[in-house]
Design a protein. Sequence first.
Length: 410
Amino acid sequence: MRPFAAAAILALAPALLRAQPACAPDNAGLTLPAGFCATVFAEGLPQPRHGVVASTGELLLSSRNNGGVTLLRDTDGDGKADVVRRIADGNGTGIALANGALYVTHGSAILRYALKAGTLEPAGAPDTVVRDIPMGGHAQHNFVVDGATLYLNVGSRTNSCQERDRQNESRGVDPCVELDTRAGIWSFDANGRQQVPGPANRFATGIRNAIALARHPTDGALWAMQHGRDQFLQNWPKLFDATYSAENPAEELLRVTKGDDFGWPYCYTVTAERKKVLAPEYGGDGREVGRCAQKKAAVYGFPGHWAPNALLFYTGTQFPAEYRNGAFVAFHGSWNRAPLPQAGFQVAFVPLARNAAAGSHRTFADGFVQPGGRVSRPTGLAQGTDGSLYVMDDAGGRVFRIAYVGAARR
């Protein structure tokens, strides 16, 4: 090798080394497909919920309990954040970077911070984009911003709109007045101020709680994952046994267009049959379809009570090509499968084609909950500028970074 060529390679070596995705020997405790590896990107964080990656590579996180917005930066390429800094107020799940601004949930409002030119630093006090969002019950208030439109999830106040919430054999309110202000998706002017949810800006309805929202990268359509209702056995023991109650209803993957009605609280999707049936609060027995024949069907149904909290369509080139035709879903894990074991606590992948499932889902990342050890609950997903995948854990205060390195990890 000629001297100048060797010198050039040596000069490039640090950069080449930094470009290789970092791995932990034990994959940070996670179980991943062959060729993938993981690190704990950051820990000790204040209940991180959703995240967004800036074009410059920094990861910004929303937090509960007034944890604010945290900026994470990996300056040396070792797969771990060495800069961890709070940059703005925030108290909730939603976060986005769009229109030269930072958007974040703050209690019953969505705030918009203008940013200093060329930085991620707020230029001053925020504007209130949306205010007076209903609180109580499901009140995560996550959202996505698509150009000039902000789509907001407003979850239901109750489990199934019963006259007495979560009580044995309590009938459903009919019509369910919650649907006037909750259990759906509302749209707003992303550049507006002091907007309030109302009938005029309701985009879709009959969605109990869609903490996972995302725009499809190809056609721009809005997609969501719905948290299904709870407590079949506890509230309707004459109709349902423990196994049915644990496995139902399906956690639904939805493609959402304006005016859609997905049926909550009157309907739910049976996991095994993947069809909507009438809820027991409205006279159903687990088989009768009734009014549910007129409700929009789900694209796909996952097992019950896994609690989907984030949805991501992969657009990078680091992962194998198969992952560019489907969706990742972060499942927070169940609390309502007793007396059967709780389940979920994973990141799953479902292949898609032409707006339909192209096969069954499969587990992508597991091992978040370890018997007698660590308890992690996946709650957010974000794609790095290098194509790696960040997974937020609000129970353990961590962020995991998953990368693909191919045959080196097989």
